[in-house]
Design a protein around this ligand. Sequence first.
Ligand code: TRP
Length: 455
Amino acid sequence: MENKQSHHGFSGKIGYIMAVAGSAVGLGNIWRFPYLAAKYGGGIFLLVYLVLVMTFGYALIVTESAMGRMTGKGPVGAYRSFGKSRWFSLGGWINAIAPMVIVPYYCVIGGWVAKYLYEYMRGNSTALADSNYFGSFIASSGSVELWFVVFALAVFFVITGGVRGGVEKISKIMMPLLVLLAIIVAIYSISRPGAMAGVKYFLVPNFKDFSIMTIVAAMGQMFYSLSLAMGILVTYGSYIQKDVDIEKTTKQIEIFDTGIAILAGLMIIPAVFAFSGGDAAALGAGPSLMFITIPKVFESMGMSNLIGFVFFLMVLFAAITSAVSLMETCVSTVMEQTGWKRSSSSILVLGEMLIIGSAAAFGFGIWSFIAPMGMSILDFLDFISNSVLMPIAALCTCILVVRAITFQRIAKEVKISSSFKQEKLYRFVVKYFAPACIAIILVSSVANAFGIIKM
Ligand code: TRP
C-alpha cells in the first residue's frame, strides 16, 4: 500500500485547506444550518453540534484524510486496498453514492438562489419580501425547473469546460466578501428591536428545547457541512504530501466551517424574532427560512435591491463551488469504475442530476402528491442522504479502522507530520462514541419511517 501520489497534488497546506474549505462552505452553512438550529432547539442544537464537530467530526476528518494519504486512492479504491472481501467495496460504495443523492437537490436550491439573484437585479426587492412570495414560487414548478436546469448546466459547464481554475480564483475573492457582508447583515439583524430574544435563543442552551431530533439533525448537519462520509476527504487526502499536519489542518477546517455557520445563524435567527416574534411556526419554517427572512431584513435596511443582489451573488458562488466539487466526486467515481472518458462520465452524471433534480423541483408543485414518509421529495432526498446513508458510511469507516486498518496504522500515518495530541480521544470516538451516535440516528430514522416518532 505504498503512497501513490500520481495525480495532481496540492501545492501545499494552504492549497489543501482552501480546497477542503471551498467544498465545505456552501449552502449547508448559510441555508441549512440556520433553519435546523431554528427548528431543533436553538442554543441546545448549537451545543450538540459543536460537541459533535469536535469529537465525531474531528475523528472522521482525520481518518478519511489519513486513509487517502496512506493509499493514494479515492473512496472505493481506498476501501478495497484494505481487504478483498465484498464488504470492503460495499463500504466504499455507500460513501460514493451519498453525493449522487445530494447533488441533484443541491442544484434545485442553487436554482432558488439564482432566481432570487435575478429578481433583485430587476429591482423586485419589495415583492420578494412578501411572506407568500417564496411559497408561490416553489409551487410554480415550471419556473423552479427552469432555474434548476440553469444552475445544473452552469455546474456541468464548469466541470467539462475546464473553467475550474477561474472559479477557484473568483471564489477566493468572493468568500472573504461573503464573510464581510454576513458580518454586516448579522450586526444589522441583531440590532433590530426584538432581535435579542433571537440571539438568546440561538446562543444559550435551554434543555427544555432538547429532543432526540436535536441529535439526529445536528449529526446529519455535521456530515453535510463538513462534507464527511462521502469520500471527498479520502480523495483530497490522496493528493496531500506527507508533511501536511493532518491534525492541525483538521482543526482549521472545522473552525472555518463552523464560524461561517454561526455567523449565518446570527444573521437569520435574530431576524426571525424581530420580524415574526419567534413563534414555533416561524422558527419551524424549514428549508424556506433563508428565502423568507433574509428578503424582509434587506427590505427594511434600505438599498435592498443592491444588498440583496450582492448577498445572493455570493451565496450563489459558495453554492457553485460546493456543487462543482460534489459533481466532480460523482464524475470521478464513474470514471474510476467504468473506465469511461471524463466527458461521457460527466454527461451520465448530468443526466442523473436532471432526472432526480426535476423530481425534487416539481415536488413542491405538480408532484406534491408524492410524499414519501410525509416529506416533500427534496426533504426526502436530504433525509436519506444525511440521516441514513452518511451515518451508515461513517459506521463502515469506523469498523474499517478498528477491524482492518487498525489504530496503529492510522496513528503511524498521522504521526508522520503531527504529534497526534488527541489520539486517546480519537480512539474513544471511533470505537465507542461514533457507533453509539450512529445507532441513535438509525434507530430514530427507522422509528420515524414507521410513524413511531415524528421528525
Ligand atoms: N459541505 C457543503 C455545504 O456545506 C455541501 C456538501 C456536502 C459538499 N457534501 C459535499 C460539497 C461534498 C462538496 C463536496 O454546502
